[in-house]
Write a protein that binds this ligand. Sequence first.
Ligand code: SF4
Length: 285
Amino acid sequence: MNRIIRVFPHKNSYSPDDEYAFFGEPTPLFPLPEHDEIHISCTFTWDKAFCEYLAYQYESLTNKPVKLGGVAYGSTAEGFIQGMYIKKNIIFTSRGCNNNCPWCVVHKTEGKLRELPICEGNIIQDNNFLQTSRVHQNKVFDMLKHQHGICFKGGLEPDLITQRFIDDMSVIDFRRIKELWLACDTDQRIPYLKKACELLSNAGFTKNKLHCYVLSYGKDREKDEARARAVYEAGAMPFVQLYRDFTNNKTQYDADWNAWARMWQRPAATRAHMEKFTSYLDFKT
Ligand code: SF4
């Protein structure tokens, strides 16, 4: 197998941590190990200039091929190589999605959903796990039976959460499931989210384990605030994400929007905010 050095512009909690993973500019303190090629991996378009600079820097240190790619360059994600561009325990068991949500790049970069061979890992990052077949899901649950700290982080589509799915998932000891992430990106999804939360809370999943991505375009505070509150009241902890348009410049929001989104990203702050809101309603009635 090729010995591939992967270079990332920044380190984050998903970054691989093996001896072939490098971050930012090369430094004499960390000489490059023997390798066959170098991949500069760029996820966000606003990091492209820096990644091109990194490619230039690394090219000067090696006579092996230096390849520049990643989501920012429209590289297609056909399959999944465990541990290559994300930590080994974070896995994709499928790629793509059959939906075409206008704010999302998955259907453009990965195409229609397809199932992949399943490797061992405890964080399932699939974009739309619930669109995979029941047979595939059950194979994933079988693999997960032996894992701890299990997270479904990709954002489960609430209208596809069924009692059948929960029953099938129950081959896993639910105490081993740390987080289930749902998604509620539009107001139309709220009724489905409520139903999904009801089914999951009947199965024992509380707000400590149930989380939900809430997309905000940073334009209509009242509407987005109401959706985040509806998610909280349905039984999941909202996590507001401000929309990024994946052009060369990172979409900027003013300090007030950033502070509001941060408040909905921290469970303690979210709880305090919701308590304040409930006492305000009590006061009004
Ligand atoms: S369902 Fe999720 S992954 Fe699929 S297109 Fe919509 S946002 Fe993207």
